[in-house]
Design a protein around this ligand. Sequence first.
Ligand code: UDP
Length: 238
Amino acid sequence: MSTPAYKRVLLKLSGEALMGGDAFGINRATILRMTEEIHGVVSLGVQLAVVIGGGNIFRGVAPGAQGMDRATADYMGMLATVMNGLALQDALKNHGVDTRVQSALNIDQVVERYIRPKALRYLEEGKVVVFAAGTGNPFFTTDTAAALRGAEIGAEMVLKATKVDGIYSADPNKDPNATRYSRISFDEAIVRRLEVMDATAFALCRDQKLPIKVFSINKPGALRRVVCGEDEGTLVQV
Ligand code: UDP
């Protein structure tokens, strides 16, 4: 039985993580696999909040939105994250994981609004809290929402789920000598121009001394190994 190294973490799941091999939308098998991973860490007693992206459904700066007013397109992007949040809640419920979705935009008939003390209470009760609608503001990203909510709820770490199992010295698909950093400082990541999260999110985590773990969501068991403090992915810290 693994022992968790963290009590409360925030997982950033991009919309693309839900697509699986599909070109867009939510892939059923993929979301089910993700819920299994989440179930695994929640059953260890880890308090888990999730910030969900929306890129699989709509991205404010995507070609389809070209010519649109940026703020309008961004609100559409935020609504897409609400859809993903509901899909994730539904899948988690089917897995027996009690989940609440809180939205940064008020859509009261659909989903409860973000109220920090309530979110904290849910986490203490062992419920998964999915934060949808990003920060609620256009011109931001769900990466920034992850840093923001992570800091707000006192998460010990932001877990950035990606397609690659960490940060490499070079593109591992192009350079056979590329090596994975096990841990790296925020300053070193800047010097080496490593794109960990977008600049706003990165700056917020750095200011708040909130470590970021970059890992692959496609690697079975990786989420559990991360919350158990094992050498998985790349840890970015002060
Ligand atoms: N978005 C926004 N404000 C936020 C978060 C998201 O306007 O605080 C919009 C933005 O248009 C973005 C879209 O929602 O392109 C989807 O979010 P994101 O691209 O971060 O999703 P991901 O890449 O993680 O799937």
